[in-house]
Design a binder for this molecule. Structure first.
Ligand code: ADP
Ligand code: AMP
Length: 220
């Protein structure tokens, strides 16, 4: 069983890598951003509360996100582990996650920090395109779909996220530095953190993440 956290600035490649590792280890990817966007799309109460925060690049309040993840972790497909992509985003969420996992007799095996500099993040986010149907991620230059508007995997429509605009990207990077980056020290203190260089080919980065997971989980 692997319970994994993928951390890193917006655009580091957490979603891209989580999808691949999810397939490799047959464990689900739990992306809080994807779940929140589905709620916004479906105009649920949670989606309506979350939308303003997401549009401005701020974090959605902890109580909303924590209960959403706690519910998801009790679902049957998490019995063999999961990849948390984009959660926790601050120390308070990390504490709540530990409590939730303890109640389920589980714990985190490794926190993978995907490391990418700001200028590269801006290039990646400004060209990101996402499939409305299956959530697959592309880039207009670095990972082009065969047809600009169509998903190679499911033929769904590709779109640009509202928060992938330049002004919002800057705000999201500041939120990452101020609120999420302290988690690196937090997880280093617990000997769970492993940094992986996030620049280079997607396949090479996947290989480095798999090695980090296998190394850490063999040692435990
Ligand atoms: P995150 O989930 O961390 O926000 P994504 O996985 O959505 O990041 O990746 C952001 C963008 O960068 C996407 O357009 C994706 O196709 C692209 N991308 C992901 N990994 C790489 C890579 N190793 N090199 C270049 N571009 C990448
Ligand atoms: P992401 O898809 O991870 O880039 O997240 C998109 C947006 O969803 C973020 O900018 C936040 O507004 C919100 N969000 C996602 N995950 C969280 C979280 N763990 N805590 C608070 N807000 C979140």
């Amino acid at each position: 069983m692997y319970n994994l956290i993928f951390m890193g600035p917006p655009g580091a490649g957490k979603g891209t890598q989580s999808q691949l590792i999810s397939e490799k280890f047959s464990i689900p990817q739990i992306s809080t951003g994807d779940i929140l966007r589905a709620n916004v799309r479906d105009k649920t109460e949670l989606g309506q509360e979350a939308k303003g925060y997401m549009d401005s690049g701020a974090l959605v309040p902890d109580e909303l996100v924590v209960s959403m993840v706690a519910g998801r972790l009790t679902e049957a497909d998490c019995s063999k582990g999961c990849i948390l992509d984009g959660f926790p985003r601050n120390v308070s969420q990390a504490g709540a996650l530990e409590d939730t996992l303890a109640e389920l007799n589980k714990s985190i095996d490794i926190v993978v920090g995907i490391e990418v500099e700001d200028a590269e993040v801006v290039r990646r986010l400004s060209g990101r395109r996402v499939c409305r149907e299956c959530g697959a991620t592309y880039h207009t230059s670095f990972n082009k779909p065969s047809n600009a508007d169509t998903c190679d995997k499911c033929s769904g429509e590709l779109y640009q996220r509202d928060d992938d605009k330049e002004e919002t990207i800057e705000a999201r990077l500041k939120v990452y530095r101020d609120e999420t980056l302290p988690l690196v020290e937090y997880y280093k203190g617990k000997k769970l953190f492993k940094g992986v260089a996030g620049v280079g080919s997607v396949d090479d980065i996947t290989g480095a993440i798999v090695s980090a997971i296998e190394e850490c989980c063999d040692n435990t």
